[in-house]
Ligand binder design. Structure first.
Ligand code: EPU
Length: 418
C-alpha cells in the first residue's frame, strides 16, 4: 500500500495549477447518461473517484473515448441501468446515476451506500425527491430500485435539508420530466451551477441554479454538448492553506478566487496575506506565527466542510485557541487523533474541536482515514519537525491529482513509497 514520506520545514514557492473539480466532474459524467448523443467533457481530473464513475457508466452500457485532457461519453443504449455494490462501496457519489438512469430509461437499480468514515451519509433525500417526481421506489437486498415506466412528472420538490448530490440527482431527473419542477432549499454549490450549465448546453431549460430555488422546464430529449469542468475549489483551498502554513510564497493558478471567499477571509483573519495576483490566480504569503480564528462549516457560500480538516491542521500551530465546529457531517474529526500523535493539542466535544495552538508539530507515522483528513496530515507533515509517514494514501488519490508531484514542484520534500 502506498505511503507518503515527507520531510517537514520547507517553504513552498512558485506556482501550482489547479485541476478540474472532482465534485463537478462526477455529476457531469452522470449527466452523459441523459442522452444517446456524445458528450465531450474537458478538464476531467484523473483521480480514482472519476475512474469509478467511468466504470459505472460503462457498466450501464455507455462507451468512453479518452483523449489528452478530455473524455467523450456516449450512452447510446443503456442495457443495464444499475450501479452494483462493488462500485458503490468505493464511492458514495455513485447515487448520482439514480436520477439520470430513471429519467432516461424508466428504471434504475442502485446499490445503497453504507456509512463511511465521516458519517452515515444516507440517500433518503434523493429517494423521496424522486418519489415526488413520480418514481416508484422499492428498497430490497441492499439496492434502491426505481421505476417510472410512463416517465417522471414535474412537481414541487422541497428538500428537508440541503444536499449537494441530492440536488444534482433531482436536477438530472427533472430535466426530462413532463412539465415544470421547482426545487426549494436547493444546494447553491458552484458544482451544482456547473452541472446546470452543462445540462442547459445539452438542451435542458434550467433557471436559478446557484440560488436556493431552481426551476426546471422539462424537455422531451437532450442532445450532445461540449463542456469544460470548473476548477477544483477544494484542491485550491488545500494548497492555499499549504502556502500559508509553510511560510512560503505560493501562487494558486487556474482557480476561481470567488469560490474561495470564506477560506480567504479566515486566512486573512489568521494573519496570512492572500491577494489576487491576476485573473484566476491567488497568491499567498505568511510570516511568523498565525493567530487562532474560529470556523463553523456550512453549505456554500459558508466555510466548506471539505476544507475543515486542512484548516484545523493549520490551527494546531496558531497562537491561541480556536473552535472548529462541523455542522455538515457528524463524524468528521478522525484526523484530530492523528494530528495529536504529531503533537497537536485538540479536544473534541461532539461537533466541535477545541484546538489549543502549539509551537511545533513533530513528524510521526500517521494513518489517513478519508480523503480530506489525508490532506490535513500531508499539510501537517510539511511543517512538522523531521519525517512524517502518511499511510493509506489511496484515500487521497480518490480526489487529488498527483498531490505529491504538485507539492514537490514548489519545493516540498515529499515522495510516494510503497
Ligand atoms: N444527507 C441526508 N440524506 C440524504 C443526503 C444527505 O441525511 O439523502 C445528509 C448527509 O448525511 C450530510 C448532509 O445531509 O450530513 C449533507 O450531505 P450532502 O448530501 O450535501 O453531501 P454529498 O452530496 O453526499 C457532497 C460532496 C462531499 C461534500 C458534501 C458537502 C460530492 C461528490 N461530494 O457530498 O465531498 O463533503 O457534498 O459539501 O459532491 C469530498 O469531496 O471529500 C466530499 C466528501
Amino acid at each position: 500500500m502506498d505511503k507518503f514520506r515527507i520531510q517537514g520545514g520547507r517553504p513552498l514557492e512558485g506556482e501550482i495549477a489547479i485541476s478540474g473539480a472532482k465534485n463537478s466532474a462526477l455529476p457531469a459524467l452522470a449527466a452523459c447518461l441523459l442522452t444517446s448523443d456524445p458528450v465531450k467533457l474537458t478538464r476531467i481530473p484523473p483521480v480514482r473517484d472519476i475512474r469509478t464513475m467511468e466504470q459505472l457508466l460503462e457498466h450501464a452500457g455507455a462507451s468512453i473515448a479518452r483523449d489528452a485532457g478530455s473524455m467523450t461519453v456516449q450512452a447510446g443504449k443503456l442495457d443495464r441501468p444499475e450501479a452494483p455494490y462493488e462500485l458503490v462501496k468505493t464511492m458514495r457519489a455513485s447515487s448520482l446515476v439514480l436520477g439520470p438512469l430513471v429519467a432516461r430509461t424508466g428504471r434504475a437499480r442502485v446499490s445503497m451506500p453504507g456509512g463511511c468514515a465521516i458519517g452515515a451519509r444516507p440517500i433518503n433525500l434523493h429517494v423521496s425527491a424522486l418519489e415526488q417526481l413520480g418514481a416508484t421506489i422499492r428498497q430490497s437486498h441492499g439496492y434502491v430500485e426505481a421505476e417510472a415506466p410512463d416517465g417522471l412528472k414535474g412537481t414541487l420538490v422541497q428538500f428537508d435539508r440541503i444536499t449537494v448530490t441530492g440536488t444534482e440527482d433531482v436536477l438530472m431527473a427533472a430535466v426530462l420530466a413532463q412539465g415544470e419542477t421547482v426545487i426549494h432549499n436547493a444546494a447553491r454549490e458552484p458544482e451544482v451551477q456547473d452541472l446546470a450549465v452543462l445540462l442547459n448546453k445539452m438542451g435542458a431549460r434550467i433557471e436559478g441554479a446557484g440560488s436556493s430555488t431552481i426551476r426546471v422546464h422539462g424537455v422531451g430529449r437532450l442532445h450532445g454538448a461540449e463542456h469544460t469542468i470548473i476548477a477544483d475549489r477544494i484542491e485550491a483551498g488545500t494548497f492555499l492553506i499549504a502556502g500559508a502554513m509553510t511560510h512560503g510564497d505560493l501562487v494558486i493558478a487556474d482557480c476561481v478566487p470567488e469560490h474561495l471567499d470564506a477560506l480567504v477571509s479566515k486566512l486573512k483573519q489568521a494573519g496570512a496575506e492572500v491577494r489576487q495576483v491576476r485573473p484566476g490566480a491567488l497568491g499567498v504569503r505568511s510570516k511568523g506565527r498565525w493567530r487562532a480564528a474560529d470556523i463553523t462549516t456550512e453549505e456554500y457560500p459558508g466555510f466548506a466542510t471539505d476544507l475543515q480538516a486542512q484548516y484545523l491542521a493549520m490551527m494546531t500551530l496558531a497562537e491561541g485557541i480556536s473552535f472548529v465546529t462541523e455542522t455538515i457531517f457528524e463524524n468528521r474529526f478522525m484526523h484530530t487523533q492523528e494530528l495529536a500523535r504529531m503533537g497537536a493539542n485538540i479536544r473534541v466535544e461532539g461537533r466541535q474541536a477545541i484546538v489549543a495552538g502549539v509551537r511545533e508539530l513533530t513528524g510521526a507515522q500517521v494513518l489517513a482515514s478519508d480523503l480530506r483528513a489525508s490532506a490535513s496530515l500531508v499539510l501537517a507533515g510539511l511543517v512538522a519537525q523531521g519525517e512524517t509517514i502518511v499511510d493509506r494514501v489511496y484515500h487521497i488519490d480518490r480526489g487529488y491529482e498527483k498531490i505529491e508531484e504538485k507539492l514537490a514542484r514548489v519545493g516540498a520534500r515529499i515522495e510516494r513509497v510503497s
